[in-house]
Design a protein around this ligand. Sequence first.
Ligand code: AQP
Length: 350
Amino acid sequence: KKLVFSGVQPTGNLHLGNYLGAIRKFVALQEGNDCIYCVVDLHSLTAQLVHDDLPGQIRSIAAAFIASGIDPQRHIVFNQSAVPQHAELAWIFNCVARIGWMNRMTQFKDKAGKDRENASLGLLAYPSLMAADILVYRGTHVPVGDDQKQHLELARDIAMKFNLDYQDHIRRAGRGIDIIVGDEPVHAFLPMVEPLIEGPAPRVMSLRDGTKKMSKSDPSDLSRINLLDDEEAISKKIRKAKTDPDGLPGEIEGLKGRPEADNLVGIYAALADKTKTEVLAEFGGQQFSVFKPALVDLAVEVLSPITGEMRRLLNDTSHIDAILRNGGERARARAEATMKDVRDIIGFLY
Ligand code: AQP
């Protein structure tokens, strides 16, 4: 069994990129794996320190998980701040990781902008908390969108440095296993995480600009399809989506240098559970005036049951709150088991 972990921030409207890049994969991975899915509310303070309605945002992400088909009985759904062990391990990782590693993260550079001195320390340390989220459960497999790849490489670097720095202590505590890294034997406690990024839409792009990723923080609502959009909004946004004057090519090579066309074909393929090649075999040679209505129908067919169920769940919050409470308790017990070992390895008395 793989230990699958992933999280989504409660920072605004969930969109099709979050769904195709992350949540849909969460659902698919439930069979045969042990999955922990988290609403990462501690992370959301790096985007926005003061939220008007943080409880509502947290419930909305949890509702999207459940409405998409995640089973909170067999797996764990909870919010990050309910398990203080995430922050405890993140502090240790802040001491393991190097500032230079954090400074090189493209998400930090993008979000901090030019005035880096004025960015929060939390934004810089974001990948350290993300590594702790996963490794506090000794998670091994992490389904994410392509934008998170660099952070997962950093999580591996942090785990490896922890294993190397504390090798003798891990051995003394009797908590590790011997692995070979390069040609060197290492006595490891923390596993190397594997990103799960594949699929036809690992990075869903903005509907207004095929070179920018679809994002919650884009000021234009026309740039994204929100999971709570109704049929009319979905239809309007896809009809207005930017395209080029050519029709659809018959082969995948014909999408090169055409980011908007590539994006819409990728979205269709992901929603239909097909490859882009299969979609082009069906629509190659057609105009966007034919393809876009087909994409609207498909998007509505896939998303409207989720939207309906999300709305229903959010009407009466007691069900979602009970799921989060129960998930939080189970997550806390598991995280505490790892932290007991970590404290022993480091040498803390507790
Ligand atoms: N455009 C995207 N395509 C594919 N996957 C995406 N993800 C986000 N955008 C896309 C994936 O969704 C998961 C949850 O993301 P998040 O909530 O942690 O934060 P984010 O990446 O910051 O989301 P946004 O919408 O892009 O927010 P802003 O506007 O703040 O930048 C992750 O697995 C992510 O890869």
